[in-house]
Structure formats: structure tokens, C-alpha cells
Design a protein around this ligand. Structure first.
Ligand code: NOJ
Length: 575
């Protein structure tokens, strides 16, 4: 069992905010695990299938935890595996305190947790508090109850506009496309009220002004904390509270689908949402050990993101500014500085992330030449596809930069194999609600969710025990299968292993970044602990600094030159 520390983070008011660009200091005087952890996201449907139904499951994960131990991760985050009709791949929950049969049972979860802890790997579970499934008992009760009843009050039901109430209460659009309101038929068969769903119509939003909703989620938190989880990733953490006037609102056409506009939508970033997390923080503090909350809040700046991790709120929040930065030294330097400064100011670690189950995989994304708004996805007709070699070189270099930064980093399953986005899925295989709700106009997120290749020569690359993978795997992944890469010292998997091992050996997660300047506008160079990092985002080679030993290079060096799209970690020669 992992030994949990019970350390509180320092009072943010005592943390100095750095006054120069050149040194951005982490305040970490304590070593809570989440300040520096490398957290590996498991998308259970696509990780490993032990039952043979073509969908990954919890026993499949447990059986493969050794691979993650060998990789060297500190924690795993499991995307939802709770009971669900799977209309949005599990982000539509009917029972928050049970496991969906396609993924296994609660005992399977306990076994997974025990195995992970025995390997020293922490486990974070995904919590979906903004909405439930429309099959949730509460929503079913709301449908048969009368307007104005306590059962309806748990969700957001409103009368429609127009003489017959035939128009939605306002013009809000679902993040997956189409209207954000659906009209119900009342128990007597007449057209009735409308309910709000920021996502699919099968995902009705809870009304977080209701005490009963708050109580229920405290119960759910305690249920998983009692089982021993180390924390929660909180879905749509910026969306729970809505502007109670429900004003009309039209988002910018090119905004990320999950939010992040300079002037927030009336359903995102409402100040009262922070009360929810202050309350949850107290629930977590009832428990021994170092339990953590990580918020998924798509906001327009790291300063805003830092509002989620003030000392009495969450422990971490995703740094989507970093994910959205291009492979460009100046942009990256800006976002790294802004992040360290903003998170330091509230006493929180910065987090770093390049891929997850909602965005185009970074081995493809970083070399796209066209637009790619979050959530839209790319398909076979996408005009700006990169060549794979460039994409992979950039991905390896970008990850080598990310994993050298102080703070906590997230890795999405498959990126350690250098997997690219499967843009060429056949239309009939696609399952993302975005694809259906936009009548195929937006491809959505299936391309980053394709099941992992474990063994090059096995059927379905060893993903499933005899089934048909729920999304087809591309033939080109054969050469990227884990077993092939394991034996190859130059593989992406070997690079990730080495990065994680050196990151831990040199304690980079708890280090301090000091910029070293003067090379080229395309180059980033800094020190962290005793490691010097040079990332060349340009296309021309730059000389290796002299007097250093190369600890790792994300691609082959050209003599004493660092080629374009390459990151190196160095250590100064003694003496
Ligand atoms: C964010 C999740 O990451 C995404 O996959 C999901 O579709 C939405 N929230 C709705 O729960």
C-alpha cells in the first residue's frame, strides 16, 4: 500500500510572486504527491479488454498495470467507468457509486486499486457533477413528476417561450452541436417543459443551487474516498453553476467547444461555482492521506485557471493554455512563464498536458497546418494533415520539454507509443455524439480514442481477448505496438521511460525553472535542478552547449548539433 503523506500546502499569501521573467520559482516547500506527479490518463474503453467484448475493462487495466509501473508513472486517472448507457462514452452516469457491467464490478475496481497501490501508483477517478444520464433515477422521476416539483428541481427545467411554450427558454447551443434545451412530454401526454443539457440531450444538467444535489455529491465523494481513491478529476468544473437570468448567448464561432472565451458564457465560470469546490475540499480533508481534486476548467487564461486552485479549493487544474500553445518557442516561453507565475501566486503547482481524450493527439496536432478548434476533430478530408515523421518528432520534443518542467504533468494513454490521431476512421465507425449532433459536420473525438496496440503480431494488436475493438485500429499502428517498442532503445516508449526516470532522479517536478537565453528565437533553454534543457522548435540545427553531458535527446543529434524539432536534456560536466 502506498504511504500517504498528510502534508498541507503552505499559505499562498506567504509565497513570493517572481518579479522577473528570468526566474519562475515554485513555492513547494512541502512534497504532496500531486505537486510533482506524472499522472497517466487511462481511457478504460480503449486500454485493454479482458472480457472479449471489444471494449476495455477494469480487469484489463489491472492486468496491464505492470506496464505503467515500468513506464514510471506516479498516478493514473481513470476516465468514467461508472454505470452508464454510454451515450457519451461514460460521461453520462446513471449510478455514480457502481461500475458499469461493460467495465466490470466494484470488486474489480477494488482489485485494481489494491494492485495500483501495491505498485506505489495513486488512483484518481473521474467525477461528472455537471450532468447525469437521462436514465438516472432522478431524471426519470423528474419526467413523471409535475412542473415545480422537488423532483424537477434537481435539474434545470423551464417553460418554453412563445404562446404555446413551443420555443426553447433561450438560444443556448449544446457543446456537441444543436440546441441545449429539449422539450419533454408531460405525464398527461401534453407538450411540456424544457430541460437544459449543455452536452447531449441524454445528459441533463443538474441544478447546483439545490441543497439535495450538493448533499448527493458529498455522498458520492465519500463513497470513493472510503474505497481508497487518491483523488478526483472533476468534469466540466467550470460549468456547474449557471447565470440564473439565463440570458441569450452566442459563443464565438472559433472558440474551443468547452469554453475559454475572454467573456465567459453565462453557463461557465460563474463565481458561485467556487463554493462547490470549497465545500469538496473540506470533504477531502476529512480523510487521512493526500487526496486531491483536479479540475477540468476550460478558461481563457492561466490567471483565470488559478482561481480553481486557491488554497481552499482544488489542488490542481488542467493547464489548457499549455495544451493549446503551438510548437513555437516564443509562445511556449510565454505560457510557461504565465503559468508558473499564476499558479505560484496561489500556492498551487502548475500542471502541464499535451493530449487527452477530447483533443487531436499531439503527435498529429503539433504539425497540422490548418485550423483545429477543440472538439471539432479531423477527418479524411482534412486539408492540413502533417507528415507523420514531423508530427512524431515534434511530439517527442514537446513531451521532452513538458516533462522537464517543474509541476505535475499529465500523459494520455498511447502518447508514450507516439500514436497519431486516427483521422481516417470510417464514418460508420464513429461514435462521438458530436458527429451525430452536427450531422457529420464535425468529426469529434473518436480519432484520439482508438484502442491501444499492445502486441504487433496478435489479433487486434493484443487489445482484446477475442472481440472486435469498438473502434478499428489502423494497420500503421503495428509498428508502434508496445512489444515492438519495448525492445528498441530509440523507440518513443524507451524515450518516455528514460524521461520519467530522469525526471524522478533529478527531482524535476519539485525544481525551479531558470531561463538561459541567447540562442535563437526558435530555441528555449533553461535549467531545472542540475539539468539544462534545450528545445529547438525551429527547422535549422543549433549547436549543443559545450561542457555538457547529454542525458537524453528526443531525436538523433547531428554530431554537436541539435536538429530542428528536438529537445535535449544535459548535465554540466563536473569541474
Ligand atoms: C468533458 C469530458 O472530458 C468530455 O469527454 C465529455 O464529453 C464532456 N466533459 C461532457 O461530460
Amino acid at each position: 500500500m502506498t504511504v500517504h503523506q498528510d502534508l498541507r500546502r503552505p499559505d499562498a499569501s506567504t509565497d513570493a510572486v517572481p518579479d522577473s521573467d528570468e526566474t519562475t520559482r515554485r513555492p513547494g516547500t512541502t512534497a504532496e504527491w500531486w505537486r510533482s506527479a506524472v499522472i497517466y490518463q487511462i481511457y478504460p474503453r480503449s486500454f485493454s479488454d479482458s472480457s472479449g467484448d471489444g471494449i476495455g475493462d477494469l480487469p484489463g487495466i489491472t492486468a496491464r498495470l505492470g506496464a505503467l509501473d515500468a513506464l514510471g508513472v506516479d498516478a493514473i486517472w481513470l476516465s468514467p467507468f461508472m454505470t452508464s448507457p454510454q451515450k457519451d462514452a461514460g460521461y453520462d452516469v446513471t449510478d455514480y457509486c457502481d461500475v458499469d457491467p461493460i467495465f466490470g464490478t466494484l470488486s474489480d475496481f477494488d482489485a485494481l486499486l489494491a494492485r495500483a497501490h501495491s505498485l506505489g501508483i495513486r488512483v484518481i477517478v473521474d467525477l461528472v457533477p455537471n450532468h447525469s444520464s437521462d436514465q438516472h433515477e432522478w431524471f426519470q422521476q423528474a419526467l413523471t413528476a409535475a412542473p415545480g416539483s422537488p423532483e424537477r428541481a434537481r435539474y434545470i427545467f423551464r417553460e418554453g417561450k412563445g404562446p404555446e411554450g413551443q420555443e426553447p427558454p433561450n438560444n443556448w447551443q449544446s457543446i456537441f452541436g444543436g440546441p441545449a434545451w429539449t422539450r419533454i412530454t408531460e405525464a398527461d401526454g401534453t407538450p411540456g417543459q424544457w430541460y437544459l443539457h449543455l452536452f447531449d440531450s441524454s445528459q441533463p444538467d443538474f441544478d447546483w443551487s439545490q441543497e439535495e444535489v450538493k448533499q448527493e455529491f458529498r455522498r458520492i465523494l465519500r463513497f470513493w474516498l472510503d474505497r481508497g481513491v487518491d483523488g478526483f478529476r472533476v468534469d466540466v468544473a467550470h460549468g456547474l453553476v449557471k447565470d440564473q437570468d439565463f440570458p441569450d448567448y452566442t459563443p464565438d464561432a472559433d472558440a474551443a467547444s468547452m469554453g475559454g472565451e475572454a467573456t465567459p458564457a453565462p453557463y461557465f465560470e460563474q463565481s458561485a461555482v467556487h463554493e462547490v469546490y470549497r465545500d469538496w475540499r473540506l470533504v477531502l480533508e476529512e480523510y487521512a492521506g493526500d487526496r486531491a481534486l483536479c479540475g477540468e476548467a476550460w478558461v481563457s487564461s492561466v490567471e483565470k485557471a488559478a482561481l480553481w486552485v486557491r488554497p481552499d479549493e482544488m489542488h490542481q487544474t488542467f493547464n489548457f493554455q499549455y495544451l493549446e500553445a503551438s510548437w513555437d518557442a516564443q509562445q511556449l516561453r510565454g505560457v510557461i512563464n504565465d503559468s508558473l507565475r499564476a499558479f505560484n501566486a496561489v500556492g498551487a503547482p502548475s500542471t502541464w498536458v499535451l493530449s487527452n481524450h477530447d483533443v487531436v493527439r499531439h503527435a498529429t496536432r503539433l504539425a497540422l497546418t490548418g485550423e483545429n478548434p477543440q472538439g471539432t476533430g479531423i477527418g479524411p478530408d482534412y486539408p492540413g494533415l502533417p507528415d507523420r515523421e514531423t508530427g512524431l518528432a515534434r511530439a517527442r520534443a514537446a513531451t521532452a520539454l513538458m516533462l522537464a518542467l517543474p509541476g505535475s504533468a499529465y500523459i494520455y494513454q498511447g502518447e508514450e507509443l507516439g500514436l497519431d490521431e486516427v483521422h481516417d476512421l470510417p464514418d460508420e465507425a464513429r461514435q462521438d455524439p458530436t458527429w451525430f449532433r452536427t450531422a457529420g459536420e464535425r468529426y469529434g473525438r473518436d480519432g484520439c480514442r482508438v484502442p491501444l496496440p499492445w502486441a504487433a503480431d496478435a489479433d487486434d494488436f493484443g487489445f482484446t481477448a477475442g472481440g472486435t475493438p469498438w473502434l478499428p485500429q489502423p494497420e500503421r499502428w503495428r509498428g508502434l505496438a508496445r512489444d515492438v517498442q519495448q525492445a528498441d532503445p530509440d523507440s518513443t516508449l524507451s524515450l518516455y521511460r528514460r524521461m520519467l526516470s530522469l525526471r524522478s532522479e533529478h527531482d524535476l517536478g519539485l525544481g525551479e525553472l531558470n531561463w538561459l537565453g541567447g540562442r535563437s528565437e526558435h530555441v528555449l533553454m533553461f535549467s531545472n535542478q542540475d539539468v539544462v534543457v534545450l528545445a529547438n522548435t525551429g527547422t535549422s540545427s543549433v549547436p549543443l552547449p559545450t561542457g555538457h553531458e547529454v542525458l537524453l535527446a528526443s531525436s538523433a543529434l547531428e554530431g554537436d548539433q541539435v536538429p530542428g524539432d528536438c529537445t535535449v536534456w544535459l548535465r554540466r560536466h563536473a569541474g
